[in-house]
Ligand binder design. Structure first.
Ligand SMILES: [Zn+2]
Length: 225
């Protein structure tokens, strides 16, 4: 499906024709959102880029499946007085299933599957997340803001969107409950080593792309694996 950019009036090809999506104009790089026939553009003030040079359109082989990178999103998380950022890459396999690959210096790479989305009648989550591993205590509760994205996302997004994330861990299963407005989406993730991502997407050595202080963290993490 082709999307007409409301700013430069050039067309950009979308990889899917959902009712709702967000895309970057191929010509002028404007962030465009579409709901039905309604198309709008959004100013993103930030220029934050992923730390890792995994680009939209790249193809990789992971866990016996072939994936294409549809989009990346950079988020800034806030918890009490600390702030940090992470990137999420939206991957699609040949059966049109989505997976989310996230990277932060704190947690490294995590590969997530979406389990379910349900509506929240009230925004209070309580102390537990309901998961296939049972009701798990929340270990982290953060607010995150979308700072930048590239590619095409199958939902409407723009700068200043904030999300609430609640996380829980059991048996190396990383659960993330993401709340936006009154909708809650539950994701289940597993850790994946930088070497596997390097091999899967034929990336150069990932530590070359990290700032010096984070490079130290990378080596420490590798050393204690
Ligand atoms: Zn444009």
């Amino acid at each position: 499906m082709y999307i007409d950019c409301p700013k430069c009036h050039q067309t950009t090809l979308s990889p899917y024709d959902y009712e709702e999506l967000s895309i970057r104009c191929k010509n002028c790089n404007t962030a465009i959102s579409k709901v039905g026939e309604q198309v709008k553009f959004h100013e993103f003030l930030g220029e934050e880029k992923p730390l890792i040079p995994l680009q939209v359109g790249q193809i990789g082989h992971l866990n016996g499946r072939q994936y294409k990178v549809l989009a990346w999103s950079v988020y800034r998380g806030i918890h009490e007085d600390s702030e940090w950022s992470w990137t999420e890459w939206l991957l699609i396999d040949q059966q049109q299933n989505f997976q989310w690959l996230s990277f932060s210096m704190e947690e490294g790479f995590l590969l997530f599957d979406h389990l379910e989305t349900y509506s929240m009648n009230f925004r209070s989550v309580g102390e537990y997340i309901p998961t296939p591993d049972g009701d798990l205590p929340i270990i982290d509760d953060i607010t995150a803001e979308l700072k930048n994205f590239d590619g095409c996302l199958p939902w409407v997004t723009h700068h200043f969107h904030t999300y609430d994330y609640y996380s829980a861990v059991k048996n190396n299963h990383f659960y993330s409950l993401e709340i936006f407005h009154d909708e809650a989406s539950l994701f289940k993730g597993g850790q994946i080593s930088p070497q596997i991502i390097e091999d899967a997407f034929k990336l150069p050595k990932l530590h070359n792309y990290l700032p010096w202080n984070q490079k130290v963290g990378y080596f420490i993490n590798q050393f204690f694996k």
